[in-house]
Design a protein around this ligand. Structure first.
Ligand SMILES: [Zn+2]
Length: 260
């Protein structure tokens, strides 16, 4: 069956001498592995459309054994990402998470749009990479339906406290008065599940809430305070990676690169 899809090349792996295998995150069929014959030849019609981070229209011969690329027309190539190793390594992490959470035959356009927005601001250099990462992680948690309830202490309901404990796996906040003795820790509960608690200040909780609930056009407005921003990023990373139950080499690489 020949299908037309719109999607993002989340990964491109070289095969044989001139071919590529693409991971395409599409609006119509979710995640698709697509074989791109001759895609690495300079003369190939697929040369631009099959580059990693490209968003475009694709014609694919979809069979049970193999999805074969027939046409590729780039709409946005985010080409500047390839010129900046820090931005490129963060884009790699964003694409890896996106392809991890998108299932074949189960398109999720909200998650695809979130990734595309992040790639856009990264390639334009409109925001610091660390800020893009923080926004991506909080909003991805929201899209996945595992976002913490940041409306206030889950025991007393108060939302005006200076400090809270965030229970990462349960996604619950507890204020200091209700959670006495619950220091920041990673411990095992009696039933063997990991309990990970981090501290968040009232200002950090407020800022995270704003990122999660902001309109798309305003989602990158972060607080100016560098300490709050740094902490927001540490918590979002811990939160998302624990809920996805894995670590990402692309994330470790980004963190190494961004320190340089
Ligand atoms: Zn409380």
């Amino acid at each position: 069956m020949v299908v037309m899809v719109e999607g993002l090349v989340a990964n491109a792996v070289n095969c044989g001498e001139t071919d590529k295998m693409l991971t395409l995150i599409t609006r119509q069929y979710g995640k698709l592995s697509v074989y791109c014959r001759g895609g690495r030849r300079i003369s190939s019609n697929f040369m631009t459309g099959s580059l990693k981070f490209t968003y475009g229209d694709y014609v694919i011969n979809k069979t049970e054994k193999l999805n074969l690329l027939q046409e590729a027309n780039a709409k946005m190539s985010f080409f500047d990402l390839h010129k900046n190793i820090c931005a490129a390594s963060l884009a790699d992490y964003i694409c890896e998470v996106l392809s991890d959470v998108t299932m074949p035959e189960e398109p999720d356009n909200d998650m695809l749009d979130l990734a595309l927005n992040c790639l856009y601001v990264l390639s334009e250099g409109k925001r610091a990479p660390d800020d893009v990462k923080t926004v991506f992680e909080w909003r991805m948690a929201e899209h996945l339906g595992v976002c913490p309830d940041l409306s206030g202490c889950h025991k007393c309901g108060k939302a005006d406290k200076e400090w809270y404990y965030l229970d990462i796996m349960n996604g619950e906040l507890t204020c200091r008065d209700c959670g006495k003795g619950a220091d920041e820790k990673q411990a095992d509960e009696d039933d063997g599940t990991a309990k990970i608690t981090v501290m968040m200040s009232g200002a950090e909780v407020y800022a995270a809430n704003r990122i999660i609930n902001a309109d798309k056009s305003r989602m990158f407005s972060l607080p100016k305070d560098e300490k709050i921003k740094k902490r927001l990023g540490e918590v979002s990373e811990k939160y998302l990676c624990n809920h996805l139950e894995r670590s990402y080499k692309t994330l470790e690489f980004y963190k190494e690169i961004s320190k340089m």
